[in-house]
Design a protein around this ligand. Sequence first.
Ligand code: NAD
Length: 357
Amino acid sequence: MPVSVFAAQSFRDHEQVVFCHDRASGLKAIIAIHDLTLGPALGGCRMWRYDSDDEALDDVLRLSRGMTYKSAMAGLSFGGGKAVIIGDAKRDKSPALFEAFGRFIDSLGGRYITAEDVGTSPADFEIVRRQTRHVAGIAEGGSGDPSPATAWGVFHGLRAAVEFRLGRDDLNGLTVAIQGLGHVGWALAEHLRKAGARLVVTDIDAARLAAAKAELGASVVDPEAIYDVEADVFAPNALGAVLNDDTIARLKVAVVAGSANNQLAEDRHGAVLHRRGILYAPDYVINAGGIINISYEGPRYSQDAAFAHCARIHDTLAELFARAGQADLPTNEMADRLAEERLAHAREARPLKVVAR
Ligand code: NAD
């Protein structure tokens, strides 16, 4: 069966889909530009062993649309795009492959700006940058590791959720169950600790758990037990699909607010959380700090300005929770609705497309 773009499950009015093949290096990649209403499409490039071209296409279509919504909700002048390289990140990488990828990016003239994602690294993108300037988030001339900005945004989003659901404007004495103490989870744990929260943490890395106990006074539980912890907030910062039929039934929290991507196993789990009275901070809204930080990249990069923008995730979520409350809608549905509203306003105000800068 040939791959069909327009009939693909995740096709939603995408503006451009580019299939890239370079015979010499073996590169096979797909670039999807979902929407350019707000600006050039920004989004990472994954390298993954897809079982089929259809699966790769579906992933890049779904992820690129997610980026449109993420940028719209973060108030950024970027559209949504994403790229996938079909291959094994451990076996199939070569400088020639990333150079070829860079030439394809360059051929789009800035309509799509690429960045690191699952399976790719800053070193790969140093190679891509030899062929194109349309690369974001790399060390030299870039804004560096996005994780501190992401954690700062999640911290403020979590505060907004606590205010709305628990009527508290401080975190003193609240218990937060944290899943994953990696780049984002650890930084978030530090902010929460400083704000007076009690931490119950888990990770699959014993050294991180020992450090959390010693340095943050955290209580430690086994990875599988984190869903059963009695707490005010559950903060997932490790894996996707952690909010599913099994785990949601076990949660004993009022709020879910964390950095992990694709937290809902399926969209309908937003409604399951809503019915259980658990306030969910939609992942792509609360974890936008990294992309916000990237948007400030350039010779005049100011960490203060970028972090102040990340902190405004608090206000975005406060509005979202209020609107979802009035409409009695799950918060993930309201997030999509608000993002679509923002895009519709922008289209009305500016009917001509913005392309490359
Ligand atoms: P990371 O790899 O640094 O940290 C993940 C942590 O989770 C690690 O400490 C790992 O040991 C732990 N972990 C893995 N499996 C686990 C399990 N079953 N139970 C408990 N812990 C487990 O990643 P990160 O950069 O901190 O990102 C965390 C999440 O946030 C990811 O889902 C990522 O996609 C998302 N995210 C990150 C950023 C960013 O700026 N880094 C931005 C947006 C979204």
